[in-house]
Ligand binder design. Sequence first.
Ligand SMILES: Nc1ncnc2c1ncn2[C@@H]1O[C@H](COP(=O)(O)OP(=O)(O)OP(=O)(O)O)[C@@H](O)[C@H]1O
Ligand SMILES: [Mg+2]
Length: 364
Amino acid sequence: MAAITLEQVVKRFGRDEVIHGIDLRIAHDEFVVLVGPSGCGKSTTLRMIAGLEDLSDGTIRIGDQVVNDLPPRKRNLAMVFQNYALYPHMNVRQNLGFGLTIAGEPKEVVAERVQDTAALLGLSDLLDRLPAELSGGERQRVAMGRALVRRPEAFLFDEPLSNLDAKLRVQMRGEIKRLHTAVRTTIVYVTHDQVEAMTLADRIVVMQDGRIEQIGQPMTLFDHPVNTFVAGFIGTPPMNLIPARIAGDEIAFNDGQQIPLPDRFTALVTEGQSVIFGLRPDHLCPDKKQRETGTSLVEIPLKVHMIEPHGAEMLLHARLAGQPVLGKMYAPRPVAPGDQLTFQLALDKIHLFDAASGRSVTAR
Ligand SMILES: Nc1ncnc2c1ncn2[C@@H]1O[C@H](COP(=O)(O)OP(=O)(O)OP(=O)(O)O)[C@@H](O)[C@H]1O
Ligand SMILES: [Mg+2]
């Protein structure tokens, strides 16, 4: 297990710069998830850590060692891809031990490490089974076990679950999280799925266009996104983001509607400033749920034009100042498209971003 450090890492393909100098410190026992839209540079970053891509500039360290010029096999990292084919004709014990055996480790060492690894991953009772006799989750555990017996410094995962169906994904997610809890090894995990990122990560790194937008614990990113990109990317459904203007003690929308400017923002904005008003659908509700939590609310009438039932709750599509907004109803009752409802808007939950820079007015 080793810390991994990236300093001012740049990657160019020919003249095309795709990673623009990123800094990242990953602790030796940390589960870090790189997340961002397609093409933002997640895989390239992971491949540079693995040694599968050269750096154009900057430094990568594993532990205290600069590894810029170290070939992949000398970095002692385990890379787990989507496809984790096991040897079909070998049982679990043989699959786990194979790498060590061909590396010339003595039989007793192989047997001991296989046993330890199997115990750690809950595979002890399955050692004599063939891969075909395992569930998907068990197969993945064997694949991770094969990497783990080598005692790698870190695991690198690139979208390991992206070709699985929804149910198996959730199961595998659990397996990976359990593995990390059991071994507390360094994990760098790439996904474009923010739900996966939220559920797995100690810390999430949100990337866009070859840059890091924000690094933080899942709930920190959710509660305190530093800019509109992170606000819109983390959380499902995404945060409502609506242009507005500061007018005295009010936040004024383009259609003339106003809501009070909460005190906590007064010192952070200027009169007339163009802002982006942000509010999660969870805090725009036409029922009383929010009232019970003691937040201060303002009422705002909105016309609903589409309804999405989600079982226990209902998503309501409406418009505010000509922009689409989503609200949430926690105690679903009959609503029809075209209905005008009084929504309660939780003032404590508002985010404000500067319209020009996209940065949160509360971000330092
Ligand atoms: N070998 C290459 N040659 C030229 N450009 C490349 C190469 N590999 C990646 N790129 C470019 O670098 C950028 C980052 O690609 P990367 O594969 O890291 O994205 P990603 O975040 O992993 O995306 P995805 O979610 O689609 O896997 C993209 O613009 C891509 O087109
Ligand atoms: Mg990728």
